[in-house]
Unconditional design. Sequence first.
Length: 177
Amino acid sequence: MISKFSGLKLIHHLDHVKATLEHRNMYPVHVNVDPTNYCNHHCIWCSQHELQQEKAMGINYDALVAALAEARDLGLKAVTLIGAGDPTVYKRFLDLTREISRLGLDLGMFTHGGYPSEWRDHILETFTWVRFSLDAATTEVHNLVHDVDNRFDQIVSNLRDLAEKRKGPTAVQNVLQ
Ligand code: SF4
C-alpha cells in the first residue's frame, strides 16, 4: 500500500500518465479551490492585500458543490483549499468541508492556522492534511509581519492540537525563501 504522502502515488494514476504521454485529455484527479480572496491577516508582502480589502469575495457555495459533485463523478479524488485569501475565513467553510468529505473526496488545505480552536475535531474528521503557513517564531515578529494582534499563541496551539490528535504522520518543515 503506497502512502498518500509518497511521491510514488503517481503509480495510482497510470491511466492519466498514459493519456498525458499520448496527448489525450483527461478529467483531473485533484483540483485547487480558492473559496475566498479575503484574509483577516495583512502580511506585509501579500500580493493580494489591496484586492482583499477592496473586493473581498466568496465563491458561490451551491455552484461550487455542484461542480465538485460532477467532477467527482468524472474521476476527481481530492481537493486542496488554497487561497488568494485564507480558506478558513470563507463564510461557509464548515459547510463546504463537510460536503467535500461527504462526497468522498480527500481534502487538504493551506492556512495561516488562526481558525477557532473548537474546529479541531471537525478538521480532524474532514481533512487528510493541513499545511500551516507559519513564518514567525515569536508573537512580536508574527504581529509585525502579519499586522495582527497577538494571534501567534492561538496558531501554535491549533498546530500542536492537530499534530497530537491526528492519526497519520506529521511533518514539520522549515522553508526559507
Ligand atoms: S496569511 Fe496569506 S493570504 Fe493572509 S495576508 Fe498573509 S500571505 Fe496574504
